[in-house]
Write a protein that binds this ligand. Structure first.
Ligand code: HPA
Length: 273
């Protein structure tokens, strides 16, 4: 991590403050198909990623992604509509840059969401899963390299990567809404291929309940920065070998189907944070 990276975090924060983004309490990363929640923020300020100095430049066609700042569940939130993935070719510094900027703006809590494949045989497409822990199987770590002590410690404690109190809050919110939620370990891979059936058997043996290609780098950096983290996966499909075949259209279709319960769960969680 070099000086330029630190400077970029500062410049992005200064720019966002100049646009009226003042001390958001909660950062929100919205996964595939789950971005709509940010549209419910009141008095919102929307900033395309491409306008923010130092922000990764989107290489994907279609919508480029944007930050949405506003009031949701009675709190000031800063939401990412669209995230950066390692498999897109971004460095992990880029993937996690928005989390650094959130921290610089004063965010204390990060809520991460994603679409994931269900590995646990009791999970079904459409289930929401409280992330209790993760396994970093990407082969890399965003904190590799010289540690910048102003950002966090050399060795980051990951014992409670996903805050226990927040897990309890999500359970309570779900119960209050009559929504049944699952709970489990998110197994993070680099992608972009879906897994082979043999890999899924390995993941199950190793203790993974859901599998996906995001979230792990952002959570590692959030913990490095001293943020408290809550995580929710939307199970969009049975993992490879547990159903005929996998395609992205199904992932999107399922997130669309469950987005109302997802949105109300996350909103009520934010209220209680
Ligand atoms: N594997 C990896 N990532 C995913 C999956 C999957 O089955 N479904 C949604 N994201």
């Amino acid at each position: 991590m070099d000086r330029t990276y630190l400077d970029s975090i500062g410049s992005a924060a200064v720019y966002l403050k100049s646009k009226g983004i003042e001390h958001p309490a909660v950062g929100l990363i919205l996964g595939s198909g789950l971005g709509e929640l940010a549209d419910e923020a009141e008095d919102s300020i929307v900033i395309p990623y491409e306008d923010i100095p130092g922000f990764p430049v989107s290489t994907v066609e279609g919508h480029a992604g944007q930050l949405v700042y506003g009031t949701l569940g009675g709190k000031k939130v800063l939401a990412m509509q669209g995230r950066f993935h390692y498999y897109e070719g971004y460095s992990l510094e880029s993937v996690t840059f928005p989390v650094r900027v959130m921290k610089a703006l004063g965010v204390e809590t990060l809520v991460v969401t994603n679409a994931a494949g269900g590995v646990n045989s009791t999970f079904n497409p459409g289930d929401l899963m409280i992330i209790s822990d993760h396994i970093n199987f990407t082969g890399v770590n965003p904190l590799m390299g010289k540690n910048e002590s102003t950002l966090g410690p050399r060795f980051t404690d990951m014992t409670e990567a996903y805050d226990k109190e927040y897990q309890k809050l999500i359970r309570e919110c779900a119960e209050a809404q009559g929504l049944s939620v699952k709970e489990g370990v998110y197994f993070g891979l680099s992608g972009p291929t879906y897994e082979t059936p043999a890999e899924i058997r390995m993941i199950r043996t190793l203790g993974g309940d859901a599998v996906g290609m995001s979230t792990v780098p952002e959570v590692i950096v959030a913990k490095h920065a001293g943020l408290r983290v809550a995580g929710i996966s939307c199970i969009t499909n049975y993992a490879a070998g547990m159903q005929a075949n996998l395609d992205h259209a199904e992932v999107v279709e399922v997130t669309t189907r469950v987005k109302e319960s997802f949105k109300s769960l996350v909103k009520s969680l934010i209220e209680k944070l």
